[in-house]
Design a protein around this ligand. Structure first.
Ligand code: SAM
Ligand code: SF4
Length: 338
């Protein structure tokens, strides 16, 4: 393989458009115990164990990224809680100098059993994906059962001291309209921060089309009519892609992540590391930067730093959804890490 340049890698990850990258999403597996229609095929096949980065390899990548200014790590998948002993990785990552927050995005099915260990390991924040509070509609979307276990997981997470838990719900026209109001009421009651995410062209079955995108604006209107008036509020975390609103009556916050109708590429500060060790500069990038090959071929931290810098330097200004030049990536969401 070719080794990148000589000299020193840059100390910050700034791309050609001046965006500094401080957030790294790390996928730890492509396996999952659900089969959400918008993410995974029913007959998914998975990466071999050998291809997955070990925890030590992930930690090495994070150490290098941290030296280049990365401050937050978000663990994802696939379903990250299916990776055995995930808490050991969390312990390692929280000890990396410069890393300020290690967060986890999970479907919550295994949370009740694992959340105490995650808290002990130093996990800073939890995002739980939940699209419906009705078991039969949950199963229609996730193509597996498990709603009750997710609710138990949320309860246990609160008991273990997690606060400001975010609930992520994907918005798909013709599929999720009925879920909006019950989810909003539930999250207001429990103090969860609900965020609606527009459906992106990353489903494995290639069913996405623009007409299936239920926009954040439409969801906002439904909430104002059926739940309560909203007013714009400052996001508690400026790095988040969501535009946040609070209910005028003071009970709760709701966020809208609108990558299709209102792309936020101009303030993107995110990079990704796939479970099989590829750096990516965008969910929609069709190019990978192969960290695993470097790690397993005797590459130095400096080589890894150059690889990361090259990945950032090649980042396009925008994902380009809806433009003629847009090309769907060959990997679906579960294979990249959302
Ligand atoms: N399994 C975990 C979970 O569901 O939270 C982590 C991985 S999942 C790929 C991360 C997030 O991506 C979830 O909130 C999920 O709803 C979202 N997601 C998956 N496919 C999507 C799509 N096509 N469009 C928008 N969001 C999607
Ligand atoms: Fe699994 Fe999460 Fe994808 Fe659903 S969204 S299939 S839970 S990885």
């Amino acid at each position: 393989m070719t080794r990148p340049e000589v000299g020193k890698p840059p100390s910050v990850l700034v791309d050609q458009f001046g965006r500094q990258h401080i957030d790294l999403r790390v996928s730890v597996t492509d396996r999952c115990n659900l089969r959400c229609t918008y993410c995974m095929p029913l007959d998914a096949s998975f990466m071999s164990q050998q291809k997955l980065l070990s925890f030590e390899e992930v930690t090495r990548c994070v150490c290098v990224a941290s030296e280049m200014g990365v401050r937050t790590i978000r663990l994802t998948g696939g379903e990250p809680l299916m990776r055995p002993d995930l808490k050991r990785l969390i312990e390692q990552l929280t000890r990396v100098p410069g890393i300020e927050e290690v967060a986890l995005t999970t479907n919550g099915l295994l949370l009740a059993d694992q959340v105490a260990g995650l808290a002990q390991a130093g996990l800073s924040r939890l995002n739980v994906s939940l699209d419906s509070l009705d078991e039969s509609r949950f199963e229609k979307i996730a193509r597996r059962s498990g709603l009750q276990r997710i609710l138990e997981g949320l309860e246990e997470a609160v008991r273990q001291g997690f606060r400001s838990i975010r609930i992520n719900a994907v918005s798909i026209r013709g599929l999720t309209e009925q879920e909006i109001v019950p989810l909003a009421v539930f999250c207001r009651e429990h103090g969860f921060h609900l965020r609606f995410i527009e459906f992106m062209p990353l489903d494995a079955e290639d069913a996405w089309s623009r007409k299936h995108v239920l926009t954040g604006r439409e969801v906002h209107q439904i909430l104002e009519v059926h739940v309560g008036q909203l007013k714009r509020s400052e996001s508690e975390d400026s790095g988040q892609p969501s535009v946040d609103y609070s209910y005028v009556d003071g009970h709760g916050i709701v966020g809208f992540i609108n990558p299709v109708s209102q792309p936020f590429c101009d303030r993107c500060d995110r990079l990704r590391l796939t479970a099989d060790g590829q750096f990516k500069n965008c969910l929609f990038s069709t190019t990978d930067w192969d960290a695993r090959a470097l790690l397993r071929d005797g590459g130095t931290d400096k080589d890894l730093g150059f690889l990361l810098a090259a990945c950032v330097n090649a980042k396009h200004f925008s994902h380009g959804i809806g433009t003629e030049s847009f090309e769907r990536p060959s990997r679906a969401m579960y294979q990249i890490g959302g």
